[in-house]
Design a protein around this ligand. Sequence first.
Ligand SMILES: Cc1cc2nc3c(=O)[nH]c(=O)nc-3n(C[C@H](O)[C@H](O)[C@H](O)COP(=O)(O)O)c2cc1C
Length: 157
Amino acid sequence: MEKLYRLLYPMRIVLITSRRGQEDNIMAAAWCFPLSRDPPLFGVSLTGSRHSYPMIKEGGCFGINLVAPEMKEAALLCGTRSGRDVDKFAESGLAKEEGEKIDCALVGESPVSIECRLADVVKTGDHYLVVGEAVNVTKRREAKGLYQKEGRDWVEV
Ligand SMILES: Cc1cc2nc3c(=O)[nH]c(=O)nc-3n(C[C@H](O)[C@H](O)[C@H](O)COP(=O)(O)O)c2cc1C
């Protein structure tokens, strides 16, 4: 069957950071979107097979880090390798920054990082909608975003 979700593409690529104990992880996500203005809620849709999923559930928070065009290689690594096998902060060379309001790493190169406290997890078909309440935003600079059109076909806008 046709991939109906593709009708909504291109979608913005973000890096989702998570922490469980001493372990930090980063994954790429295109299914990330605002859900509510007040309270400020964001949703990220993950399959249960992502290493990030139990890390977010157990860690209780996550970071949404916007991706700028020059972060493409790092974002590809974060979207194709699993934190089960590799330390993606070390491998990508992305700078680890501490959240101000949450105990979670953020990506220092990101133009904007949103710190979220886990508010809910809803099973939505073959994915889990991870809902976070934004508790802090760090704006570092202006930059274009990267959007996924299809697979590795990404455009900057
Ligand atoms: C551009 C891009 C967007 C992605 N979007 C999502 C997404 O929205 N949800 C998801 O579950 N996986 C998504 N992935 C796949 C995960 O990033 C990938 O499986 C990653 O290796 C998971 O890492 P982890 O096992 O360390 O959590 C995307 C991958 C890429 C390259």
